[in-house]
Design a protein around this ligand. Structure first.
Ligand SMILES: Nc1ncnc2c1ncn2[C@@H]1O[C@H](COP(=O)(O)OP(=O)(O)O)[C@@H](O)[C@H]1O
Ligand SMILES: [Mg+2]
Length: 228
């Protein structure tokens, strides 16, 4: 099976080459876990490989994300150029609506040949639904729309906990092809960032909980190391 290289240091090794092409992954984590940084780098690395990507932000404006990423990843100095060349595009739709998101994706696939997409976040959409059942239904429909599109996506899902034992599994976990969990684990005197690939249909993968860092040049996943 063909893989999409995330380009995130250490992660493709854990994924046996990358995310299987055309699959849809949920990225789960609490506030400040690094979800936006992770997704931004996924698109950035794709853009560098000549695979254009679209960041659909449902909360922050594209300007805010670009500004924040500039301070998080100061060494990725070619971001403005990649944006100019339309290899990296960020958009905030007018409505909190999954059908609208699917339409935007379809349009950018046709007009710009995007190969990677990020939706940040499903939780924003979920909050706009009155009932869980309605949201579940809509999410299923959205996934079936996505499955007809030639794109490999990551959808952010907000967790309301940073700890591993308190993670519970939401609707998104059952419908998505893959789940990557980001943690900001509480240690006595500090917090430790850790990552695990919880599920990934279509490929063998590491099941270890491993440390990671957000560095000025990108995220570094320390494959094979233990979390202390
Ligand atoms: N310039 C920076 N230097 C170091 N760490 C940073 C910088 N900017 C952001 N971070 C870290 O990244 C975290 C936010 O990452 P982000 O990707 O926005 O998380 P999320 O989307 O999960 O809320 C912050 O909590 C902070 O710890
Ligand atoms: Mg975020």
């Amino acid at each position: 099976m063909d893989k999409v290289k995330t380009g995130i240091s250490g992660l493709d090794e854990m994924l046996n080459g990358g995310i299987p092409v055309g699959r849809h992954v949920a990225l789960y984590g609490g506030p400040g876990a690094g979800k936006t940084s992770f997704c931004f780098e996924y698109l950035y690395q794709g853009a560098k490989l000549g695979e254009p990507g679209l960041y659909v932000s449902l909360e922050e404006t594209p300007e805010d994300i670009i500004e924040n990423m500039k301070s998080t990843f100061p060494l990725l100095t070619d971001v403005p150029q990649l944006i100019k060349e339309k290899k990296l595009e960020l958009i905030k739709p007018d409505k909190l609506d999954l059908e609208e998101v699917a339409n935007i994706l379809e349009d950018r696939i046709t007009t710009n040949g995007i190969k990677r997409a990020v939706i940040d976040s499903a939780t924003m959409i979920r909050l706009s639904f009155k009932s869980e059942t309605e949201y579940r239904q809509t999410l299923f429909e959205f996934l079936s729309l996505l499955r007809n599109l030639d794109v490999t996506s990551i959808t952010v899902v907000e967790a309301n906990t940073a700890t591993r034992s308190e993670m519970h599994y939401d609707i998104e976990h059952f419908v998505m092809d893959g789940i990557i969990n980001l943690y900001n684990l509480d240690r006595e005197d500090r917090r430790v960032r850790a990552l695990e690939i919880f599920k990934m249909r279509g490929t063998d993968h590491s099941r270890d909980l491993v440390p990671f860092k957000v560095t000025p040049s990108g995220i570094k996943v320390y494959t094979g190391e233990k979390v202390f």
